[in-house]
Ligand binder design. Structure first.
Ligand code: BTN
Length: 263
């Protein structure tokens, strides 16, 4: 029997990618794979370099939140990309990673997950995973992007935050983390290449089809405001479009979405 460990040799065996995962740094424990990947990126690590940890002691999510990362139970992964784009296009990287993770999880497990704008992987209102993007950029040029993915794979309920769930809890069966991680790398590479080749419309179309945000009445809290209305679309740079009751369409670049219950 194989140990359920995300060793580089396990991941690279029959991995179907050209760029992602050619170089993998594997750790038993890290504070956060984001910091390790950022430091490798500054030392000119090539695009596609991957950092994996079996546990994180300071795993982080968006807006300074903690990402609970119990050992051997999840996928905690950071990928270094060097896209040929201006910093403004980086929200699309969150969208492409979400579409890729959707494809990997639903293809491997058949679970009918949904995507919540901008970065959440959901099943029946429980958060199963999230994406964190951190840029090293100047005003008009991106040096590197670190794409962090956290998935609650085989975590037990008692080790998770109340609004979170794991694939194992949803499926009532454990999931092969090695197979899932390989699928995530394959799918992120597929959608990243579409992005690099100017075919983002295809990514956005896939996201629209998997989203539980569009068509819902939502409340979005961003740094200094709360906006309520109907989520009508995402636009070409990944921003969320909300139609307020006044009819005005507002464009939201970042924030937390709360789906309001229908009246
Ligand atoms: C979020 O939903 O807010 C994003 C969560 C991202 C968590 C992952 S786990 C791997 C990588 N390392 C981190 O510290 N965070 C990301």
């Amino acid at each position: 029997s194989c140990p359920d460990r995300l060793f580089a040799s396990e991941i690279q065996s029959k991995l179907q990618t050209k760029i992602l995962g050619k170089r993998i740094y594997y750790f038993d424990v890290l504070p956060s794979t984001m910091d390790a990947a950022e430091s490798l990126a500054r030392q000119h690590a090539p695009e596609g370099t991957v950092v994996i940890a079996e546990a994180q002691t300071k795993g982080r999510g968006r807006r300074g939140r903690q990402w609970i990362s119990p050992k051997y139970k999840g996928i905690y992964l950071s990928i270094i990309l060097r896209p040929d784009t201006a910093p403004g296009a980086s929200s699309l990287i969150t969208i492409l990673a979400a579409v890729a993770i959707y494809e990997a999880i639903s293809g491997l497990t058949g679970l009918e997950i949904e995507l919540k704008w901008p970065n959440d992987i959901m099943f029946q209102n429980k958060k199963l995973g999230g994406i964190l993007i951190e840029l090293n950029a100047e005003a008009d040029v991106v040096h590197s992007v670190v794409v962090g993915c956290g998935i609650n794979v085989n975590s037990d309920k008692n080790s998770l935050a109340p609004a979170s769930g794991s694939l194992k809890e949803c499926l009532k069966a454990p999931v092969d983390r090695v197979a899932l991680l390989k699928e995530i790398l394959r799918a992120i590479e597929k959608y990243y290449l579409l992005f690099q080749h100017g075919r983002s419309a295809q990514i956005l179309q896939a996201w629209r089809g998997h989203s539980n945000t569009l068509g819902s009445r939502v409340k979005v809290s961003s740094l200094n405001q709360q906006i309520e209305g109907q989520a009508v679309d995402i636009d070409s740079d990944g921003a969320l479009l909300i139609r307020q009751d006044s009819g005005v369409i507002r464009k939201i670049f970042s924030g937390d979405v709360l789906n309001c219950k229908p009246d």
